[in-house]
Write a protein that binds this ligand. Structure first.
Ligand SMILES: Nc1nc2c(ncn2[C@@H]2O[C@H](COP(=O)(O)OP(=O)(O)OP(=O)(O)O)[C@@H](O)[C@H]2O)c(=O)[nH]1
Length: 322
């Protein structure tokens, strides 16, 4: 997992010209798990770059999506949900979030419209109040799941939680106010040239996106603590040599790590049926992402208690973020 070196990214591209008053910069989303951060980011960018699921703490890595407009370029940084750390992985995720907060131009604090404000929201609002350098936009998400009165009450409740530069209700699902969120965020960016070439949607390496798609497929239908025990690493990814034109194929070898042998049995399923389903669902998504046919070789391995073991965390790519 790479630490974000936003300063390095601020080196402008050698652009021939850009309009007077063009703005560019970074926004990051915070909020407790499952409030819709990844879904909203995908809606802003217009393509699936961060995986989503209905299980809390799906996002473990910082994923960037890039929104291109005629007058601005907004780079969206998605972070894991801030939560009270229980494991070493949790601690590292929290410090990743904190280090991201100070480097962006605007912070988006997400609270869902359809759930009462809870301790998690209050905790994060307190963390945000402790920093005064970066403006915070409060966003009330999932408005399609609440009625008008509920949304109004939630907007007032969120207003009472802290000092926000703006409060915007939005639904990533229906598209309600998604453009307004982009407008408000772009308004907080400094003036400057585009930082990414036109058309780039993310700077995540393909291997990372592929690993996330496999992890997303493996989360379908698993229960309890298992989702947090799954990590995916792409071991090898390369176009197959000597394929005739039109028959190109990319070979991908990936390992799906769990923490205990009992979990391995669950992931593999009876006679390998579950793993085959996961492989086939992931392959379809990866083929869409890469625009090529894919051969996917998926192995399940046990990395005992990896969430608590610094050496294993390093091997699974969670080491460089603190
Ligand atoms: N109806 C509705 N559902 C939504 C909306 N946005 C997100 N969801 C659902 O809410 C769940 C969580 O969404 P995510 O985008 O993964 O949430 P997150 O905040 O990124 O979650 P973590 O990765 O756990 O921090 C998923 O099942 C989404 O489909 C929305 O606008 N409307």
């Amino acid at each position: 997992m790479n630490d974000l070196d936003l300063e390095k990214l601020r080196v402008p591209l050698a652009m021939p010209s850009y309009p007077e008053g063009f703005r560019s910069g970074f926004a990051c989303f915070v909020g407790r798990p499952n409030v819709g951060k990844s879904t909203l980011m995908n809606a802003l960018v217009g393509q699936k770059v961060a995986i989503t699921s209905n299980r809390p703490q799906t996002t473990r890595r910082t994923v960037r999506g890039i929104v291109h407009r005629d007058d601005a370029q907004l780079i969206v940084v998605d972070t894991p949900g801030l939560h009270k750390p229980r494991t070493l992985l949790g601690e590292r995720l929290d410090s990743l979030v904190r280090s991201t907060l100070v480097e962006v131009d605007v912070i988006v604090f997400c609270v869902p419209a359809n759930e009462p404000i809870g301790r998690g929201d209050t905790y994060i609002a307190g963390e945000l109040a402790a920093q005064t350098d970066t403006p915070v936009i409060a966003v009330v998400t999932k408005t399609d799941l609440a009625d008008k009165r509920q949304i109004g009450e939630q907007l007032m409740a969120v207003d009472r939680l802290g000092e926000w530069a703006d409060i915007v209700p939005v639904s990533a699902d229906s598209g309600f106010q998604v453009d307004t969120v982009t407008d408000v965020l772009c308004g907080h960016l400094p003036e400057g040239p585009p930082l990414y070439p036109d058309g780039d949607l993310t700077d995540e390496p393909d291997e990372m996106l592929v690993a996330e798609l496999i992890r997303e497929a493996s989360l379908e239908g698993v229960r309890d603590e298992l989702p947090h025990s799954i990590a995916v690493v792409v071991d090898e990814m390369a176009p197959r040599a000597d394929t005739p034109p039109g028959k190109e194929l990319i070979d991908i070898y990936a390992s799906l790590y769990v923490e205990r042998p009992s979990q391995k049995a669950i992931v593999i399923g009876t006679k390998g049926a579950r793993l085959r389903q996961v492989g086939s669902a992931a392959r379809k998504q990866i083929e869409g992402l890469l625009g090529s046919r894919v051969y996917l070789d998926l192995r399940v391995r046990v990395a005992k208690d990896w969430q608590r073991d610094p050496k294993q965390l390093r091997r699974l790519g969670f080491d460089q973020q603190t």
